[in-house]
Each structure stands twice: as structure tokens, then as C-alpha cells.
Design a binder for this molecule. Structure first.
Ligand SMILES: *Cc1c(COP(=O)(O)O)cnc(C)c1O
Length: 377
């Protein structure tokens, strides 16, 4: 069994993807070919924002956003403690300071009450200037944007939505990657919408920022390519990846998001009452980058993971360590257990195989094995 079956997806879409790849090779336009603009237009329409700017990966997408806002030394950027390293890494790379905020134990997303407390604390200490809240739509579920927006307005902060895992999710029909002042996503192969290598995109409704983003991704180019008006980076989305993504976006829109939601529903039906299954708040829609259950403690989680492995079932621990405990962040001097919910989740979460092409029999088998293992006490 595959954790996320990308080979099967390719078999289904093979004729169209092969055609797109060959057309790109024949066109010779490998950088900023016409598929890039076409894809950007379709992505912006799907998400419901004015501008989409493709780039080299989801990490660069976050970096580009921070650069638009001139985030740097002395600035505080609030980041959930329970996420992939890149969400905080980009903040440090710009010279600013990430402030790690605990998450909600039901949604895995930033805890808005603790976010307010963190902001107040930074203001009181007076060393850093609060500038940005980075929300992460973890495992495919959008963060609580209604509350986060109120907080951002109150303290005059930007929202940067890290939608690397959230693409395809929604709140009351409004799609993920439209909630931030700037939003980003990743097309890393295993993400909800993945390409065949690295890729990413930035979304915004702001016309001026869109122009700056377009410049920043090509060395800070001006209206004429060899007049560079700012210091930028080299971070374009390859034509080949854009051509592949065009095919995959159609499948994504037409049935993949729906099918993965059916898979998640079946898991929840079978596992409810046996383990803590993911909670999707009223009006929210997940794109299920992961299906993550919570066990009682580390011993039970590790035992279940080993048992599944013995039975040929892959599973993953996302994430085993809070960001504040990462070796690279020891210098920030967080006390162990500073964010207790995150610490607990790191010990108890387990992500099960899920993707739009998973057969029901596989889900039934995984659930059967989970139940069998937990019955053993
Ligand atoms: C994958 C991921 C990223 C980084 O995306 P890349 O394309 O791998 O650079 C950033 N944030 C989150 C939450 C992610 O899951």
C-alpha cells in the first residue's frame, strides 16, 4: 500500500500528461513559456483572487511575500508551533524573529486566544515589532480566518496564509489561498495539488504587490529585463511543471478533491469512537493533505505505527517535534513544553494513507488493523 499513490495518479492521467510534457519539449520555451501564464490564470480563478504568481517552491513563495512587505530585523512574525519547518525558516532567513504560537487540539491550526496573548506579550516586552501572522492550513484544513482577521485588524498586522497543504480547502465556499493579504501554496509532489518536482505559487488581490512579486521572482527586474530595480531572487515555475499542473488541476477540480473527501469520510465512519479522528468545523472543507488521528500517548502511537508497518501499511508522524524545540531554534530559548498542545500532538499524532485514488478496501484494511492493534490494549 502507498501512503500517497502518485504512480497510480500518473497512470490515470498518463496520456494527457505525456502530451503536455512532449509539447513543452517541442516548444523549446522552458522558462516562462505560455503554460505558466495559462496556469496562473486558472489558479487565480479557482482560488478566487485577482493575481497568481508562480514560483519555484512553496518556501520561496513565503519568502517572496515577506520581501514584498520588507520584513526584516526587529520584526516579530507569529507562526504556529506545529507545522513544517519552512513556515518559520523563511522568517529567520529574512532576519526577522518567529514567535511560536500553540495550536488547537481539534483543528491542529493556530490557537487564536494564544495568538492574542503572544502578540500582547511581544508588545509589552518592547523588543520586537509585531508585523505578520503566518497562518498554516494544516493537513488541508483552513485556519480560523474569522478570528485571525479580527486579531490582524486590531493589531494592524498582515496575514500570510501558508496554504502549502491547504490548496483545495474552503470555508463556506470561499477557497483556501484567498484568506491571506498574501497567500501561498506548494506544488511539491505529495501536496494536494502536486507537480513532478518543485513548484509553488503566491496569491493576492493587491495590484501593487502583484507587480512587486512578479519582479522579485526574476532578480528584481524592472519594466526592462536588464534594469533591476530591487534585489530579488531566481524563483520561477518551470514551463514543464506548469504544463503538468494544468492537466492535474483539471483532475483536481473535477473529482480528486471530492474523492479524497469520500476517503476521509469512510475513515471517520470506521474509526469514530475508537481513536480521535480529525474534526472539521461547521462550514469548513478540507483538501486532506493528511488524515491524522490522535492516540492516547506516545507508547500507544508508536506501537500502532509499528503494528501497521508489520502489516504492510505505511503511516507517518507529522510532526514529531515542535518548531520551538528544533536545534536551529535553541538560541531563541523556549522552555521545554512552552506550547503544551503542540508537545502533546507531537507524541500522539499519526497520519494514515490517503489520496484520491485509494481503494475503499485499503481504507477498510487500515481501519481493521488500527482496531485490532488497539484491542490488544
Ligand atoms: C511543504 C510545505 C512548505 C514548503 O513547500 P516547498 O514547496 O517544499 O518549499 C511550507 N509550508 C508548509 C506548511 C508545507 O507543508
Amino acid at each position: 500500500m502507498q501512503f500517497r499513490d502518485l504512480k497510480k495518479q500518473y497512470q490515470v492521467l498518463k496520456s494527457e500528461i505525456d502530451k503536455a510534457m512532449i509539447e513543452t519539449a517541442e516548444s523549446g520555451a522552458f522558462i516562462m513559456g505560455k503554460a505558466v501564464k495559462e496556469l496562473e490564470k486558472s489558479l487565480a480563478e479557482y482560488v478566487g483572487v485577482k493575481h497568481c504568481i508562480g514560483c519555484a517552491n512553496g518556501t520561496d513563495a513565503l519568502t517572496l511575500a515577506l520581501k514584498v512587505w520588507n520584513i526584516g530585523a526587529g520584526d516579530a512574525v507569529f507562526v504556529p508551533d506545529f507545522t513544517f519547518f519552512a513556515t518559520a525558516e523563511v522568517v529567520s532567513l529574512e532576519g526577522a524573529t518567529p514567535v511560536f504560537v500553540d495550536v488547537d487540539s481539534d483543528t491542529f491550526n493556530i490557537d487564536t486566544k494564544k495568538l492574542t496573548e503572544s502578540i500582547e506579550k511581544v508588545i509589552q516586552e518592547g523588543k520586537l515589532t509585531p508585523k505578520v501572522i503566518i497562518t498554516v492550513d494544516l493537513f488541508g484544513l483552513p485556519a480560523d480566518y474569522q478570528e485571525v482577521r479580527k486579531i490582524a485588524n486590531k493589531y494592524n498586522l498582515y496575514i500570510l496564509e501558508d496554504g502549502a497543504q491547504g490548496f483545495g480547502g474552503a470555508i463556506n465556499g470561499k477557497r483556501a489561498c484567498s484568506f491571506g493579504d498574501i497567500s501561498t501554496t506548494s506544488f511539491f509532489p505529495a501536496k494536494p495539488l502536486g507537480c513532478y518536482g518543485d513548484g509553488g505559487a503566491v496569491f493576492t488581490d493587491n495590484d501593487e504587490w502583484a507587480v512587486v512579486l512578479d519582479s522579485l521572482r526574476v532578480h528584481g527586474k524592472g519594466s526592462f529585463k536588464y534594469d533591476n530595480v530591487r534585489i530579488g531572487v531566481n524563483s520561477r515555475l518551470d514551463t514543464l511543471q506548469a504544463a503538468i499542473l494544468k492537466v492535474k488541476l483539471d483532475a483536481f477540480k473535477n473529482y480528486e478533491v471530492e474523492d479524497i473527501n469520500k476517503a476521509a469520510k469512510l475513515y471517520t465512519e470506521k474509526l469514530k469512537g475508537i481513536v480521535k479522528t480529525p474534526i472539521i468545523p461547521e462550514g469548513y472543507y478540507s483538501s486532506w493533505a493528511q488524515y491524522t488521528i490522535q492516540l492516547e500517548n506516545r507508547e500507544q502511537r508508536d506501537r500502532l505505527q509499528a503494528f501497521l508497518k508489520e502489516n504492510g501499511i505505511p503511516s507517518m508522524v507529522y510532526y514529531p517535534k515542535p518548531l520551538n524545540e528544533q536545534t536551529a531554534y535553541h538560541s531563541l530559548n523556549y522552555a521545554i513544553g512552552s506550547n503544551p498542545v503542540t508537545s502533546k500532538l507531537c507524541e500522539t499524532v499519526l497520519s494514515l494513507p490517503i489520496h484520491p485514488y485509494i481503494p475503499n478496501e485499503d481504507i477498510m484494511l487500515v481501519c481493521e488493523k488500527v482496531i485490532e492493534c488497539l484491542k490488544q490494549g
